[in-house]
Ligand binder design. Structure first.
Ligand code: PLP
Length: 326
């Protein structure tokens, strides 16, 4: 539901008229994506942020990513809940109400005309007054953008399963940076990804440094052993897709537990898959060069993945985008 009066004023600063009239298939400069900056909508490629924003200089920010599939947001309210919780945890307040944020996201997607989209909302610390380094004095900022939907794994990788490496580099300890507060502290993940790519793998999973699995760049990890599903419970983001898979297991009567998962269990599992807003549940079929189970996407992974998409397409936890083009 849209709250009356909460609608953001979208100003087109390119002079490009007719995005609405042209409909979904050709939204001009906005078709490649739309960004919301300082109360204005701009084509994504033209979006700019101030260089002195601590979000950029210090990774002092939180963000969330929700997707739109076939013209509807999936679990929009859950993503907004997480975003609000994480802003509060970091003492960030961009001065926008939840209905306003919801409206901005809607407006970004509607303007782009994208039916399958990746939608990111960001709150940064902003800038302190000149001469100050006091985070309490910063004026926090809100940004949002939408881009064409993107998968963590490409089509071929999703069909045959990802080739994964377990990095020896531990994830930043949760006592230092809380991983449940979605953040841009990705140097460990990116360095791990470089190592994995250099060694011929396609993606990476980091550990806690004590022999347990954590997560990878943009995804949670699941194992299936003897028909039982498990996913790490600490040191990871409480992914919305992870939650969805746990719920789907409940609906399907598949035992599923959030608990510590040892690297040895990961390597001995019958099936391994990753979960992300950018792709749902996606199979992993090789770890450190060795096949997982039979070396092909497993039956439980495939069942959960197809349920994830089919339930969304039937309107489960969906919020329709009002495109205004019929
Ligand atoms: N873990 C990390 C570090 C992430 O960045 C993400 C998503 O970007 C995830 C897990 C998956 O979370 P979600 O299912 O909410 O997309």
């Amino acid at each position: 539901p849209r709250d009356a009066g909460a609608c953001v004023t979208a100003v087109d600063d390119t002079g490009t008229e007719g995005a609405k009239e042209k409909g979904a298939s050709s939204n001009g400069a906005y078709a490649g994506g739309t960004a919301h900056i300082d109360g204005r909508l701009v084509p994504l490629a033209e979006a700019r942020i101030p260089i002195l924003d601590w979000g950029f200089l210090r990774s002092d920010a939180t963000y969330d990513v929700v997707h739109v599939w076939k013209g509807a947001f999936f679990r929009l309210e859950d993503h907004l809940d997480r975003f609000e919780r994480n802003m509060a945890a970091l003492r960030l307040d961009p001065g926008l109400t939840r209905p306003r944020i919801r409206d901005i996201l809607m407006e970004c997607v509607a303007r782009s005309g994208l039916r399958d989209a990746y939608v990111e909302m960001i709150c940064t610390r902003g800038q302190p007054p000149v001469g100050s380094r006091d985070p309490r004095k910063c004026q926090n900022r809100f940004y949002a953008f939408t881009a064409p939907f993107v998968f963590v794994a490409d089509e071929n990788q999703r069909a045959r399963g990802l080739h994964m490496r377990v990095s020896e580099r531990p994830r930043i300890p949760p006592e230092s940076v809380n991983p449940t507060v979605k953040n841009y502290h990705w140097m460990d993940l990116t360095a791990g990804l470089f190592e994995a790519l250099d060694k011929g793998a396609e993606s990476v999973v980091l550990t806690d440094g004590r022999g347990h699995v954590t997560e990878g760049p943009g995804f949670n990890v699941f194992i299936v052993t003897d028909g039982r599903v498990a996913t790490p419970d600490v040191g990871v983001l409480d992914g919305i897709t992870r939650r969805t898979v746990i719920e789907l297991c409940g609906l399907e009567g598949i035992p599923c537990q959030a608990r510590a998962v040892a690297v040895t269990e990961l390597k001995a599992a019958d099936e391994v898959f990753i979960t992300s807003t950018a792709g749902g549940a996606m199979p992993v079929t090789r770890i450190d060069g060795a096949p997982v189970g039979e070396g092909t996407p497993g039956p439980i992974t495939q069942r959960l993945s197809s349920l994830y998409w089919s339930k969304q397409e039937s309107g489960w936890l969906a919020t329709k985008v009002e495109y205004g083009d019929g």
